[in-house]
Design a protein around this ligand. Structure first.
Ligand code: DGJ
Length: 330
């Protein structure tokens, strides 16, 4: 029985990966139900051959006052199956009406075997009194990747303001949070052994940026972020360093500055380690502040190497998840 099951699972995985699936940057991205994916400001966690995409669920049918995070799975990164609305909560610590949950990121802790979700928690929307003044991270955990996450607590990491957060797991498995501390800049900090605390600052990059993302590629760390322009796009920039602690190079444009990152804002840099090559995918959000549920995704393979990072002009593309090769499609 179990052999048959394994064979079937293998055949399914093979058919999912055999034909490269096409990415349509900036277009509606339907899940297996035909509904536009709700995983804004998101992040990816890979468990075995499966990618899990977590992000803000801004769906119009979410109950009033609820803040939701949804999870989708895929083995090819292009076709996604809705798994669960893994987190939904109403004002867990009396944050105020109109409180904000943004940019959830999930880590898997192999020691505790827990899935640990970090999220940006804040007060009401900017413009309202007290808007975005809390500047905290929230933490929720779960025993399974797509189960119902339980809210634990919120805090200011290492006592600092924290708005946009990004996640980074280094090749040695160490987990880091990159967070935006408005008065000072980007901070990169290591999580505790159980991932429940932001334990140690590794670096302060004194640049006023948000949408932080990091990738380690051929011996160099690349950090990417956007300027602080609310929901409006701006030229995202990157810097490099041999160590997460720096020193970091000057920030350079990811794309021609007049293109405003083709309307997108960074949320994650995803490395695909293939049998032939390693590709790095830019994951960005094209925000629609008046109809957040319809916000789009700009995922594109980056040109990367030798300290340079370039976001190509958006075109349809495909990825061979086995070899790691990305190519343009008609
Ligand atoms: C830009 C951030 O990156 C978003 O996540 C959100 O916080 C908006 N600002 C709010 O204006």
């Amino acid at each position: 029985m179990s052999r048959i099951y394994l064979l079937l699972a293998w055949l399914c995985a093979l058919s999912a990966t055999a034909t490269p699936k096409i990415f349509h940057p900036g277009e509606l991205w339907p899940d297996n139900r035909g509904q536009h994916i709700q995983a804004h400001g998101g992040g990816i966690l890979k468990i075995g051959p499966t990618f899990y995409w977590f992000g803000e669920d801004r769906g119009q049918t979410n109950g009033r006052g609820l803040r939701c995070v949804s999870c989708y799975s895929s083995t090819n990164l292009a076709q996604w199956t809705f798994r669960n609305q893994v987190f939904k909560t109403r004002n867990p610590e009396n944050f105020g009406r109109g409180w904000v949950l943004e940019r959830p990121k999930v880590f898997y802790n192999p020691k505790t075997k827990k899935f640990v979700m970090y999220m940006h928690i804040d007060g009401p929307n900017p413009g309202e009194i007290g808007g975005y003044k809390l500047a905290r991270v929230g933490v929720a955990t779960c025993d399974t990747v797509d189960g119902d996450y339980q809210y634990l607590k919120s805090f200011r990491p290492l006592g600092h303001e924290s708005r946009d957060i990004g996640q980074f797991v280094d090749d040695d498995g160490t987990a880091y949070l990159i967070f935006e501390d408005r008065p000072f800049g980007f901070r990169i900090a290591k999580l505790s052994e159980d991932y429940l605390i932001v334990e140690k600052e590794i670096c302060l990059i004194a640049e006023h940026m948000e949408g932080g993302a990091i990738v380690h590629y051929e011996g160099l760390y690349y950090v990417l972020g956007s300027a602080l322009t609310g929901w409006n796009p701006n030229p995202n920039k990157y810097a490099t360093a041999k160590s997460l602690a720096g020193p970091w190079s000057e920030f350079k444009d990811l794309a021609p500055p007049e293109k405003n990152t083709y309307g997108a804002q960074s949320t994650m840099l995803l490395k695909i380690s293939g049998t032939k090559t390693n590709s790095v995918v830019f994951m960005g959000d094209i925000w629609k502040p008046q109809s957040q549920w319809d916000s789009r995704y700009l995922w594109l393979p980056l040109e990367i190497g030798g300290g340079k990072l370039r976001l190509p002009e958006p075109k349809k593309w495909s990825l061979d998840i086995v070899t790691g090769e990305a190519k343009n499609e008609q």
